[in-house]
Design a protein around this ligand. Sequence first.
Ligand code: MSP
Length: 647
Amino acid sequence: MTFYVTTPIYYVNGKPHIGHAYTTMVADSLTRFKRQRGVDAFFLTGTDEHGINIERAAEKRGVPVRQHVDEIVDEFKSAFSLLGVESDRWIRTTDDFHEAAVQKLWRILDERGHIYKGRYEGWFCAGCNEFKDVEDESEPQCPIHLRPLERVAEESYFFRLSEFQKPLLEHYEKHPDFIRPESRRNEVISFVSGGLKDLSVSRASVKWGIPVPNDPQHTIYVWLDALSNYITALGWGNDKYKDFDRYWPALHLIGKDILRFHTVYWPAFLIAAGVELPRQVFVHGMLLRGGQKMGKSLGNAIALDVLHRHFTRDQIRYFLLREVVFGQDGEVTYEGLIDRVNSDLANGLGNLASRTLTMVRNYFDGRPPRPADGFDADVRDAIAQAKARFEEEFESLNFSRALDAAWSGIAAVDKFITDSAPWKLAKDESARSRLESVIGTAYEALRHVVLMVAPVLPDATREIWSQLGLEGDPLTINPNETEWGESLGSFEIGEIRIAFPKIDKEKVMTEINSEHEQKQAQPEQKTETAAAQTEGVSHITIDDFVKVELRAATVMEAERVPKADKLLRLVIDVGESQPRQILAGIAEYYAPETMVGRKIIVVANLAPRKLRGLESNGMLLAASVGETGRPVLATFTEDVPNGARLK
Ligand code: MSP
C-alpha cells in the first residue's frame, strides 16, 4: 500500500506566508501519520514559476526572471523547513525534466485530437492566470484580486474541454469521494452540468513559459504546465524519476481558490491523455483575518518571521490543525494561538507529562513501575477510544476532531490522577500496589498519547519521549502495534524539562504589535539601504527605486475641478485595459484644452487618494521651476507607447 499527497505548487511572485505554510504543514503531518503506520508514503510540494505574474514580479523588482525565481524559491524552502516540513521532493516548473514532460503531454493531447488553433478574445486576470467570464464589460474587475481585468485578443490554442462534460460527470458519479468535502463536490457538479467551454491553453503574449512544441511563438498555459507537476515529479514523461507506477494516483490538497482547475481542467487533461485520475481532491478553506482571506495582496497576513520569533514550530502546527476545521474557512489570530498553546499544550499535554514524570521520580526513584495488579481498566478504555477516534478522524482529514479526541484522552488521564490522589497513596505503605497501578497507568497512557500526536508535534513528542526514558523517535513506532506495559522495565526516566512553557499573553502581544507597527512603518528594509547611506546624503538603492512604477501615458480628457483653483482632473491612458483618472495641481499653468493628447509620465503605483471627493490614481511628473515652483511637464523627445516603463 502506498500513499501520495501533494500540495499546490506556489507562485513565486511574492514571499511565502502562513496560507502557503498551512497546506504544506497539513501534508507534512499527514505523511508522518501514514509513515508511522507503516505506509510507504510520498509527499510532494514545489513552486509554480512561469507566467505573466512571475514575469511582472521580477520586472517590478528590477531583476532577471531567472534570478527572481531562484531567490523566491529559496525563501519558500527555508520558510517551510523552519516549520519542520520535510517533503520528499520539491518540484520547480522550471526544472528541465518537467518542461520536457509537459511538452510531451501537449503532444499527446494534440495527437489525440484534443487541441486546435483559434483566436482568443476576452478578459484575463494575471493574478489568477485565468480568463474570466464578464457580464459588465465597462470596468471589469477580478473579484478575487480586486484589480482591473486585462483585455487579451490573440491567436491561441484551445483544448476541447467542451467534450469532457459527460466523462467528468460520470467520474464524479462513480467516485463519490473524488472531490471532498461534499459541498465542494456539489459545487463542481453543478458547474460542469451547466456546460463547459473550450479552454484557451496557450498564450502568444507571454514569453516566460514552456514553448508549444513546433510553434514556439506560443507558450503553454501556466495551469496546464503547473497541474502536470503532480505526475512529472514522479517521472511521468521523463527519465529523471521512476516513481509514477509506485505512487500515482495522488491525494491533492488544495485551497478552495483553485477548485475548478483541479477538479475540472486537470481530470479532463488526464482523461484526454489516457492517464489515470487522482484518487481524491480535498479542498480546504481559507485562513482569514478580520473576516478576509489572509494574503499578500490584502497585507493582512500573519507574518512568518514574527511567528517564528515567538512560537515554536510545533505550537504553530498544532494551532493550525486544531483551530481551523480542515475544509472550512477559519479566523486565525495571535491571541488565539497563545490561548491554544497555554490551554492545550502547556496545561494539557505538557502538564500531564510533567506531573506524571515527577511522580515516577518521586515515588519510584525514576523507574516507571510495572503494576502487579494491572492497569486501570477505565483509563485503558478511554485511551483506546480516543485512539480509535483519532485514527478515524485523521484518516478522514478531520484533523481538528482528531486532536480533540486525543485531548479527551489527556483529560481522562488527568482526571484519573486527580481522583486517585497518588500523593495520599504515597504516604500509605499498604497502598503501594494501588500507587503502582495509578502511576504505571498514567505513564503508559501518556506514552500512547505521545505516539498518537507525534505527526503533529514532531519536536515536542521526541522531547517528551526521551524524558519518558525511551529511545529513538516516536514517529518510527506504530501506535496501533504497541501494547500496554511493553515498555516498562527497569529503565529510568530522563531529565524532566518543561515541554511547553506557558506564554505571557500580555507581554508577547505587546511585542508582536510593536513588531507589526515597525513593519508597517518601514516595509522590507533591505540591508543595502544602510550600506548605501553616506555622510549627509541619504541614498536609495536600486531596490528602492524599482518600487516606483514610472510609466508613459497620454492625456485623453482634461477639465478643471470646481472650487479648486490649482487642480485639473485628467483621464489618462497608461496602456491598461481601462483609462485612469488622476488629479494634478497644474491648473494655474496649463489650460485643460492644452493637455489633451499630451504624452506625460506618471507614477503608476501610487496608492489612490481622494482630493475634493475625486479619486486620484497616480501622479503626474513635472519639474518645479523657480521660486513659484512653476510646474513644467516631463515628457519624451520621441513617441513611446502608453504603459512603457521608465527605468
Ligand atoms: N500556483 C497556483 C497553484 C498551482 S497548483 C498546480 C497557486 N499558487 S498560490 O501561491 O496562489 O497558492 C495557492 C494555495 O496556497 C491555495 O490553494 C492554498 O493551498 C494556499 N493558500 C494561500 N493563501 C491561503 C489562505 N489565506 N488560507 C489558506 N490557504 C491559502 O494558486
